[in-house]
Design a protein around this ligand. Sequence first.
Ligand code: ZN
Length: 243
Amino acid sequence: MRVLVISDIHANYTALEAVLKDAGEVDETWCLGDLVGYGPDPNAVVEEVRAMKNLTCLLGNHDVAAIGRIPLETFNGEARRALEYHEKVLSAENMEYLRSLPQNLKVREGVSLVHGSPRDSVWEYILNTLSARLNFDYFTTPWCLVGHTHLQCMFRLNEKTNRVTRDPIVPGEILHLNPKLILNPGSVGQPRDRDPRAAYALYDTEAKTWEPRRVPYNIAEVQKRIRDAKLPEKQAVRLAEGW
Ligand code: ZN
């Protein structure tokens, strides 16, 4: 089965469209959360995701805030302004949909899925080998897929030496997976690894392969909508910089 793995779309509909077109036909989609926050298109993104067939979708920390489960003050000023805007413009149906999503780790096809980390499903960032090491004890499947950091990356636990490494990955290069791994498909709508192209991955459940991908999209179009909606300028600038 060919699975599209996406995360951190952040209300960037143009990037999501580019990813769906680039991915082509898939059997399932696994979305690791943060449909909203930062970007100009919360309704379009939620509607597109809602319409996907064979979808597993988790809540991210921005989604949790948009549906009012935590105070918006938890976020810094610029992230908060976007969330206030989303709270205002999201349709009742789309809010209801976000409220229906789970926020805890899910297992699909023998793979753990979570937004933040296995030990703190919504909030913890797995940014380095230390935070990865602490999390390998919190899932039992051979690999765990995480989002949240907006970094397309892979951490490997060597079970003999008990050490964790961050393994290099090359977009478009297919990886054959061996336990034990933490994999991040990167962010569709707001990459933060200095590569502004939308990030996602394809997972093959039989071959046990993972293909991280990058796809260019019309960033200027999204920046214009961010400015038209009077969202913080930083959210527009960072898209072109990939951070
Ligand atoms: Zn995010």
